[in-house]
Ligand binder design. Sequence first.
Ligand code: FE2
Length: 320
Amino acid sequence: MGRDEARDRGVREDRSKLVILQAGASRANVQPIIDNLNLDQVVMIPGVPPDQADDLMYRVAERAGLRDSLALQAGFAELYGHRKRIGKYFMTVNKRRDYQFIAPHSEGSSFVGMQLAAFYCNTNTTDGGETILLNADDSSTAWPSLREKARRGRIVGRSLAPHEITRARGLYQLRMPGDTLREDDQIISETPTEIPGLTVLDVLAKPSKIRSRLLDRDLYAYWDTVECVDADSAREFERLLSQSGLLKEPPADFDRRMMDDAIARRIWQSGVTYEQIFRCKVTHKLAPGDLVLVNNLTWTHAVANWTPSSGVREVAAAFA
Ligand SMILES: [Fe+2]
């Protein structure tokens, strides 16, 4: 099949990747959830009461060796104020503007490296707002064509003392010397720091693999920091929504570019199509009580737009 033909067909929906488990049985034993995540399945548990989503997430994270990461992510989100904690671990998702969609991404960046993602629905009465999970194809040859926006450090004329390495991490989220500027990094900007001789740089970096704890192998992830800088991703997602009949068309006087939640952050074009990097997708409109768990590294999450005032969508997310 040629590339254009693949593009016309779009990313294929694969319902065999979705496993539905019972809430009661899952509460009694989380092992089937782990087993299915180890098979890289999308796990859905309908009918989970609000006070039990946290408990299930905690037990799955614990079993996967991600308990500390779960607590850390909940704390960070609250600290930086971009999300509001609603349970112990679940947080509200960012507020949407009119007709806004969220293009597919694995939450976070290679720096944070979150392994597990969960979504819990309180209410979803809009005429859209479908959750679309796309399975990244690790064997794709397109990964070297993508770039991740990353932060680097450059030290000139001296080396950093141990206490300066600690400060660089705390003040600038730099892990020196690992985050030292690399030869193939494309520099976006460079800023001086309080540490003599050290500058921080925003760069476009070649993607690197990360270890998946659930699959026990190294793979590429389509991080938010990869997706949100690529103008072609917004184009691709709008095409996917349109092909799937999920795009809610804004009125003629609406600036269509504003449908893209990351419009302000896109700084380049990779030329990569979704058919090149995604193997398949699972589309599901979350209903109240639905809890969905996926490997954050292999399953990106995306949300279709909806007609403003058609209803209310309250979905919470937790990561570990
Ligand atoms: Fe997200």
